[in-house]
Ligand binder design. Structure first.
Ligand SMILES: Nc1ncnc2c1ncn2[C@@H]1O[C@H](COP(=O)(O)OP(=O)(O)O)[C@@H](O)[C@H]1O
Ligand SMILES: [Mg+2]
Length: 252
């Protein structure tokens, strides 16, 4: 691949010496959506979390191999982890908003970055909430508790909060799995809008969803990368029999 945004090179991951990922080598393109699919326990979350070094919060984590973002090895000693996790934002299956107001949740990263001018912070909050397709629903209640929003609104607010840190990459670990169909559709629409400006890596169990939102698909099985390719190709004409069986629902 020419100029990949993310290069994963011979990456293995272990938790307490049990191997979760086995020699993954994979390039991911800039400003596209790549989905990670595969049965439960195949390593999707572990792989996602190597991209912003979140696995290091887990006791017993070990890795071998390299991950480059824009050609820079993110496991180098000189890497500032706070900056890395701003550049590589993450959204989880369940909202992890702070028990604070809507405004304070979204303003969190800009304030941490030292922005003091309230007018500037107001602007950022409006901009990112608009981008996350939540502004109209919250603009009249910015000072209310974020945790009172519906589950679907909370997920979009999590995306707004991540965007406020000015990321280049967004990691999403089944962000719509716990949502109703209308909220899921809103998240999917949002992903398609965001992908012109962000590199998105998205985990899903839902094959229809993977086909709708992604440009590229990565199929993992028992810690191994089985197949990577354009979604249109993988969903119509996969190279590997296991990929075909998984996508068509023969196991999973
Ligand atoms: N915090 C952890 N401690 C120990 N083992 C873990 C931990 N997280 C994941 N694993 C193991 O790593 C493997 C991959 O898990 P995971 O990445 O969560 O898979 P997926 O997201 O595809 O369901 C599994 O065997 C799982 O048990
Ligand atoms: Mg997972």
């Amino acid at each position: 691949m020419k100029n990949p945004k993310i290069q994963i090179n011979n990456l293995s991951v272990f938790f307490n010496y049990v191997q979760a990922l086995n020699r993954i080598t994979l390039d991911l393109p800039e400003n596209r959506v790549t989905v990670l699919i595969g049965p439960s326990g195949c390593g999707k979350t572990s792989l996602l979390r190597t991209l912003n070094r979140m696995n290091e919060l887990i006791q017993g984590f070990l890795y071998k191999g390299e991950v480059f973002i824009d050609g820079i090895n993110i496991y180098d000693k000189s890497i500032d982890l706070v900056k890395l996790r701003n550049t590589v934002g993450m959204v989880f299956q369940k909202s992890n908003l702070f028990p604070k107001t809507i405004f304070d949740n979204v303003a969190f990263a800009p304030r941490l970055q030292g922005i003091k001018d309230e007018k500037k912070i107001n602007e950022i909050v409006e901009t990112v909430c608009t981008k996350a397709a939540i502004w109209n629903e919250i603009k009249d209640k910015l000072q209310t508790e974020a945790l009172n929003l519906s589950a679907g609104q909370q997920q979009r607010l999590c995306i707004a909060r991540a965007l406020a840190a000015e990321p280049k990459i967004l990691l999403m670990d089944e962000p719509a799995t716990a949502l109703d169909p209308i909220s899921t559709a809103k998240i999917e629409e949002l992903i398609l809008e965001l992908k012109s400006n962000y590199t998105i890596v998205f985990v899903t169990h839902n094959m229809q969803q993977a086909a709708r939102i992604s440009d590229y698909t990565t199929f993992l099985y028992m810690g191994q990368l089985i197949e990577f390719g354009k979604t249109t190709k993988m969903f119509t004409n996969p190279v590997n029999k296991q990929t075909e069986d998984y996508i068509t629902g023969r196991f999973g």
